[in-house]
Design a protein around this ligand. Structure first.
Ligand code: 5GP
Ligand code: ZN
Length: 114
């Protein structure tokens, strides 16, 4: 997907600040952080959104969630806590159509989801 922003970031055609990487997953700092910790975690394979997960590509979700646990340990927020957010589709405000999780933390996020 040469026209996909996050594919281009994964392929290092667009610079980013890496946080964690495996053969299947890449995590990097959000360019407009909304919390002291704001990391984006993406599958290297192009999957347009959560709606596009299927039996054939869902295995990468295991890698993504294990990556989260490694990242929060690395950043020292595994005990203080964090929030994982996935935006899917227009009502969510999804702007980049390559599946990603926002990992936010580093401060108290309160008890409300929205
Ligand atoms: P969405 O709204 O699709 O869930 O989130 C997209 C996120 O990508 C936003 O938080 C936005 O700040 C981030 N973003 C957009 N363009 C870039 C970029 O070029 N580099 C990085 N690192 N993040 C980006
Ligand atoms: Zn993509």
């Amino acid at each position: 997907m040469s026209d996909c922003l996050f594919c281009r970031i994964v392929n290092r055609e667009i610079p980013s600040t890496p946080v964690y990487e495996t053969d299947k997953v890449y995590a990097f700092l959000d360019i407009e952080p909304e919390a002291p910790v704001h990391v984006l975690i993406v599958p290297k394979q192009h999957i347009s959104s959560h709606n596009a997960l299927t039996e054939d590509n869902v295995d990468v979700m295991k890698d993504i969630h294990l990556a989260v646990n490694e990242i929060v340990k690395k950043l020292g927020i595994s005990d203080s806590g964090y929030r994982l957010i996935n935006n899917c589709g227009p009502d969510s405000g999804q702007t980049v159509f390559h599946l990603h999780y926002h990992l936010v933390g580093g401060k108290s996020l309160g008890t409300k989801i929205l």
